[in-house]
Design a protein around this ligand. Structure first.
Ligand SMILES: Nc1ncnc2c1ncn2[C@@H]1O[C@H](COP(=O)(O)OP(=O)(O)O)[C@@H](O)[C@H]1O
Ligand SMILES: [Mg+2]
Length: 226
């Protein structure tokens, strides 16, 4: 069943222990994502969407169950191996972009390529082209604090897409953007999906965007509702 999945999880659960109380925020989530598949994740605030995305991307470890990326189980890896898997397979768009403040836009975008060992000239060339594609060619050497919210978010998207990853995990990537910027950010992800078969997993509150994906998964208090 799971052999062709680029990303899958079984019986995924997460429980936080806060003082004397255990808080179960995710339970029994099974997912099977194929190459090129596009999945929207929706649900009320606090339903566990970000938690699920973090677990799928190996940024956090589950309490129960497992996640496999290209058949390799994330929870059996060391932190370093997981970091390497993320760099080689995944692109992550965070809710609050998490750009490195001391680096310029082009340096932030080139970083995943440099970590992969791509030479500097080529990495910067590609970062420059990608930033140009989303209308930021005049902002290459600006630091995050010198960019607007929308520009920061577009820079973060470019950083997630620059390696042409097998899977993009995006947590409300268009959340705080005006409609034009939101559409250009979404189009960038779709373009990569069409051109190289990148699977997209996107948390969104936007029903119009969700309806453009292949399927919609609704979380309700940490379980799949549909
Ligand atoms: N580190 C944590 N410790 C305790 N509870 C947490 C932690 N992170 C998230 N939660 C709780 O888990 C639930 C799901 O959070 P989250 O995944 O961020 O939801 P969503 O992204 O759907 O809004 C929330 O009730 C939140 O308070
Ligand atoms: Mg969230």
């Amino acid at each position: 069943m799971s052999s062709s999945a680029i990303l899958h999880c079984q019986q995924l659960g997460k429980t936080y222990t806060e003082g004397p109380n255990d808080v179960e925020v995710l339970s029994s989530v099974n997912l099977h994502i194929e190459t090129g598949e596009r999945l929207a994740i929706v649900g009320a605030s606090g339903s566990g969407k970000s938690t699920l995305l973090h677990l799928l991307g190996g940024l956090d470890l589950p309490t129960t169950g497992s996640v496999w990326v290209d058949g390799q189980e994330l929870s059996r890896m060391t932190d370093k191996q997981r970091g390497l898997m993320r760099n080689q397979y995944l692109g992550f768009v965070y809710q609050f972009h998490h750009l490195l403040p001391e680096f310029s836009a082009i340096e932030n975008v080139a970083m995943p390529l440099l970590i992969r060992g791509v030479d500097k000239a080529q990495a910067f060339e590609r970062a420059s082209r990608l930033l140009g594609d989303i209308g930021l060619d005049h902002r290459l050497s600006h630091r995050p604090t010198e960019l607007s919210g929308g520009e920061r978010q577009r820079t973060a998207i470019a950083r997630a897409l620059i390696t042409e990853p097998k899977v993009v995990l995006a947590d409300e990537p268009t959340g705080n953007l005006d409609i034009d910027t939101a559409n250009s950010v979404f189009d960038m992800m779709m373009e990569l999906n069409q051109r190289v078969g990148t699977a997209l997993i996107m948390v969104t509150h936007d029903n119009t965007l969700a309806s453009k994906m292949d399927s919609v998964l609704r979380l309700d208090h940490g379980t799949i509702a549909s």
